[in-house]
Each structure stands twice: as structure tokens, then as C-alpha cells.
Design a protein around this ligand. Structure first.
Ligand code: HEM
Ligand code: HEM
Ligand SMILES: [Fe+2]
Length: 481
């Protein structure tokens, strides 16, 4: 399979951009590990509340868990763009020197933010805390000084992408990415200003959270899937890009007004019940399209393999391909199915804010984003080590099996605990104060929390295998150079 990136990824055209990509991926992998460790801390605190008492409280460790999640994914996304830009545009990324400088600004800012979260943790309820400790907006808690830094880095990144896209070849993938990244970066601004009214604050906060994961990030994943399928199985660009445009239309079509499913109970007007119900119920459709997209291209390629009669594998990066495959399933199940479950107001009245939400949060973030970004890391490792055909190794299979098995296990455990909360706390006890505690006192709820911890350890074991595989790829003789 002729793949440009395999010719000379680190000496030819685009080598600087690819090097920057590997930096982004490396820091992303480190933060992914930190995310999992803090996840384990809070999972232990659920079953043994005195754990690390007054050293790292639940609220702080939880903040680190989910902020690390968002930031590692953003790092891996920037890395993915810097990786694919030279392949798609045929030129070196314009302004790459500034891109590299901004990378370090980003890393230093994130490290300072994490240290402040860890050692200062909380401050008085005033402007100083918002500026220098954290803003208290779930997932995007970074203090304001870091917000401004992130905006500068994001603008630099968008500028790199645009200047390169305009100067080089403009494929469909690049056009979609250019439009999408403006929206992606622009939405961040909606989460930056402060109002005293919690309804107004939440109203805008959801613009970032929902419109990121259910619109702009999903479009991004569509573009990565398109790129990956071309690289890994030599899928036809015409077909892949046709799918991409369909997905973009559907994702924005349902995702934008699907925002309404977060406006049911926060003090927004009641017409959001109908809008949220209708449009968010349509959201699984593009996810089905994305699923079919991967299956269809893979199926066509299988046909090609038998026509060739060579019997040779047409996949030039087996671990990456498996992770992309997991993405197709995970996105559909985590976002589509687990999202659809609780998206109608009639159902959400009972499930809102229970462990069911957490089940959906874990399976969707992992299924839709972690999977494909790990796949992109594998593509970069293949390029970095100049491997022509990258095979599965024992570690790569253990990594996939344990992380996917662990997250699916956590999801099942959380779904069971959430069911108890819905049944006992909400349906039987009518969402009363004592109902809240009766639900959590149920043995089913408690066992769900135990299993979440056990499955969390399994997930972490998978991560260790993943890192081992990343670090040993270069020396592993199974790959064909
Ligand atoms: C990859 C895409 C998605 C991701 C990463 C994601 C992630 C999340 C997360 C983390 C939450 C919890 C937010 C919080 O802390 O309050 C949430 C809530 C929610 N999500 Fe998703 N989601 C995705 C797609 C979807 C889709 C497609 C649907 C509907 C079809 C959906 C329906 C919901 C609903 C209704 C809630 C509110 C839950 C509640 O009331 O407690 N999500 N999502
Ligand atoms: C070692 C494995 C993990 C453990 C033990 C773990 C544990 C936890 C715990 C205890 C919470 C707090 C839930 C609450 O406030 O009730 C949480 C929240 C969260 N975690 Fe994890 N987690 C792990 C891995 C992951 C992974 C791999 C992802 C996604 C890629 C993820 C995404 C999230 C999200 C989005 C939330 C917020 C959910 C919400 O607001 O409903 N976690 N996690
Ligand atoms: Fe949403």
C-alpha cells in the first residue's frame, strides 16, 4: 500500500510538523495516565471515604480526573492535526516554529495549573480565586490566566492549520477540519465569563461541553476516521470524503439543537423540553452513519484482498485499525445508545445526575474519543519507527483487551448502580432527601461501586500494556520495516 507517510516521515517534507505531533502525543499519553490514577483515587474514596482525607479531597481529585481527560484529548487532537497536515496538504506546516513554541507554552501552563489544583486546591470565593486557582466550571475549571493562555495557543494552532490549508492542497478532510476548528476554538470562549446567576452560567457552560462533544469533536472524529481509513486500508478518498460530508451535515443537524437535553431542569424556558427531546433523539443517526462508514470501507477492502489473490493483509497498521474499529462501536454504544437511553425528558426526570449519567460519560468519552486518539498515536508510532506493516503484538492486544474490557465493565457497574438510584431514590422515594440515602444504602448500589473500582484497576492495567507497547515498538521484530 502506497502511503506517503511511510516514505520518510521524519526527514522529508512535513517532518517538523510530524515531530511536533509526536510531542503532543507524548504529553497526551502522560496526562491520560494521570487521569486514570486520579480516577482510581476517587473510585477508592467512593468505597472508603476516608482515603487520603484532607490530602486530596474527592472534589479536587475528581476535578483532576476530568480536566486531565479533556486536556489529554485536546493535546492528542492537536497532535493528530499536525500529524495529518503534511499528508493531506503535501507541504510542511506553515508557521511550524511558532507552533512548537506554543506547544511549550501550553505544556508549562497545564503543569502549573495541575500543581495549583494539587497543592492550593481551593481559595476564598472571590475574583482572585477565579483568576489564579480555578473557575469551578466542571471539565473546564482552569483558572482565567490559563484560559487566556489556552486561547492564544488555540489561535496559533488554528492559524497554522489555515495558513497550511490555504497554501497547500485542500482536500475535503482539510476543508472540514478548517471550518470545524474555528467552531471548536470559538466555543471555548462561551465558558470563560462569569455571571452570578447559576442558570445563565450553566446555559453558556453547556455551549462548550455539549457543543464540543456532540458537534465539533464528533466532526473531528469523522475527519480522523476518513484520514485513517485512507492510510490504513487504502480506502478510496472519494468514498470516504462523501461519507464525511454526510456525517458533518447530520452531526451539526442534530447536535446543535440537541443541546436542549441539558436545558430541561436548569431554569431555562420549557420549550426546551420539546426541542431537546426531538433533536437529541436524532443524534444517534450520524453515529450509525459513522459506524456504517467504517464497516463499508473495510468490507470493500476485504473484497479487494480476495481479488488480488495475494492473501496478504491489506491493513498496514493492525493495532491502529483495531482501535479505529473500537471507535466505531464505542461511539455508537457510548454516545448513541447510552445517550439515547436518558435523553427524553420523561426518562431524564428519573435518571438526571445519577450514576447512569456517569456510565454514559465513561463509555462515550472512551468509546468516541480515547479509542480513535490512541489509534492516531499508533499511526504516529508507525511513522516514527519507519514501519511498513505494523502488526499486533501481545502487549497491543492486552492493552486493547484490558482497557476496553475495563471501561465496559465500569459502564455495566455504573449502569446497575444508576438503576438502583432511579428505582429507589427517584421512583419509590420521590427524589427526597432520605430517598437519596436509601438508594445509596442499597447493596446493589454499593456492589456497583466496588465493581467500578475493580474494573478501573483493569483499565489501568491495560494502560500500562499500552505504554509498554508504545515504548517497545521500535525494537519489536514482528513489524515489517
Ligand atoms: C461522544 C459524544 C458524547 C459524550 C462524550 C458525552 C458525554 C456526556 C457527559 C460527560 C455527560 C455528563 C455531564 C455532566 O457532568 O453533567 C453527559 C450528559 C448527557 N448526555 Fe452525553 N455525551 C455524548 C453524546 C450524547 C448523545 C448522542 C446523547 C443523546 C442521544 C447524549 C445525552 C446526554 C444527556 C441526556 C445527558 C444529561 C444527563 C443527566 O441529565 O444527568 N449524550 N454526556
Ligand atoms: C481507572 C479508571 C477510571 C476510574 C476508576 C474512574 C472513576 C471515576 C469516578 C469515581 C468519577 C466520579 C463520578 C462521580 O462524581 O460520581 C469519574 C468521573 C468521570 N470519569 Fe472516570 N474513571 C476512570 C476512567 C475514565 C476514563 C477512561 C474516562 C474517559 C475516557 C473517564 C471519564 C470520566 C468522566 C467524563 C467523568 C465525569 C462523569 C459525570 O460527570 O457524570 N474516566 N470517574
Ligand atoms: Fe449533550
Amino acid at each position: 500500500m502506497a502511503s506517503k507517510l511511510l516514505d520518510n516521515p521524519f526527514t522529508g517534507v512535513g517532518s517538523e510538523s510530524r515531530q511536533l505531533a509526536t510531542w503532543y502525543f507524548t504529553f497526551a499519553a502522560i496526562l491520560f495516565g494521570a487521569q486514570l490514577l486520579f480516577g482510581l483515587v476517587i473510585a477508592i474514596q467512593y468505597v472508603s471515604p476516608g482515603f487520603l482525607f484532607e490530602i486530596i479531597d474527592f472534589s479536587v481529585a475528581r476535578m483532576l480526573h476530568i480536566n486531565a481527560l479533556v486536556v489529554w484529548m485536546v493535546f492528542a487532537m492537536f497532535g493528530s492535526v499536525y500529524w495529518l497536515l503534511p499528508d493531506e496538504t503535501g507541504i510542511e506546516t506553515v508557521g511550524i516554529k511558532i507552533g512548537k513554541l506554543l506547544y511549550w507554552v501550553f505544556v508549562v501552563a497545564i503543569v502549573i495549573v495541575v500543581l495549583v489544583y494539587l497543592f492550593i486546591q481551593v481559595g476564598p470565593a472571590d475574583e482572585m480565586s477565579i483568576w489564579f486557582i480555578h473557575e469551578g466550571r466542571e471539565y473546564i475549571e482552569a483558572p482565567r490566566w490559563a484560559d487566556l493562555g489556552i486561547v492564544v495557543v488555540a489561535l496559533g494552532f488554528v492559524a497554522n492549520l489555515f495558513m497550511t490549508g490555504i497554501k497547500g492542497k485542500q482536500t475535503g478532510i482539510i476543508t472540514v477540519l478548517m471550518a470545524n476548528m474555528i467552531a471548536f476554538a470559538g466555543l471555548y470562549l462561551a465558558g470563560m465569563f462569569f455571571t452570578d446567576n447559576i442558570s445563565v452560567d450553566q446555559y453558556w457552560w453547556w455551549w462548550v461541553i455539549h457543543l464540543w462533544v456532540e458537534a465539533t469533536w464528533e466532526v473531528f472524529v469523522g475527519a480522523l476516521a476518513a484520514y485513517g481509513l485512507i492510510q490504513m486500508i487504502g480506502a478510496s478518498r472519494k468514498v470516504v470524503e462523501m461519507w464525511l460530508w454526510i456525517e458533518v451535515a447530520m452531526l451539526f443537524g442534530s447536535g446543535i439543537l440537541g443541546l436542549g437535553h441539558h436545558y430541561f431542569w436548569i431554569g431555562t424556558p420549557e420549550y426546551w423540553w420539546e426541542i431537546g427531546a426531538l433533536f437529541s433523539a436524532l443524534e444517534p443517526l450520524p453515529l450509525v452513519a459513522m459506524f456504517i462508514h467504517v464497516m463499508y470501507d473495510w468490507g470493500k477492502q476485504q473484497g479487494k484482498k480476495s481479488l488480488d489473490g495475494t492473501g496478504e493483509s491489506v491493513v498496514n497498521n493492525q493495532p491502529a485499525f483495531l482501535w479505529f474499529w473500537m471507535n466505531a462501536f464505542g461511539n455508537f454504544l457510548g454516545a448513541g445508545v447510552w445517550g439515547f437511553f436518558h435523553t427524553l425528558p420523561q426518562v431524564n426526570l428519573y435518571t438526571h445526575g445519577t450514576q447512569f449519567t456517569s456510565a454514559h460519560g465513561h463509555l462515550s468519552f472512551f468509546g468516541a474519543y480515547a479509542t480513535i486518539l490512541i489509534g492516531m498515536m499508533y499511526l504516529a508510532i508507525q511513522g516514527k519507527n519507519k514501519i511498513k506493516v505494523m502488526k499486533n503484538t501481545k502487549s497491543s492486544l492486552w492493552a486493547l483487551g484490558l482497557t476496553v474490557g475495563g471501561v465496559v465493565g465500569m459502564t455495566i457497574a455504573l449502569t446497575i448502580s444508576g438503576y438502583v438510584q432511579v428505582l429507589v431514590s427517584r421512583a419509590q422515594m420521590g427524589a427526597t432527601w432520605s430517598g437519596y440515602f436509601d438508594g445509596q444504602a442499597s447493596v446493589w448500589f454499593a456492589q456497583g461501586m466496588d465493581w467500578r473500582l475493580i474494573m478501573g484497576v483493569v483499565t489501568f492495567a491495560g494502560f500500562i500494556f499500552l505504554i509498554k507497547d508504545f515504548l517497545t515498538t521500535g525494537q519489536n521484530p514482528v513489524h515489517q520495516k
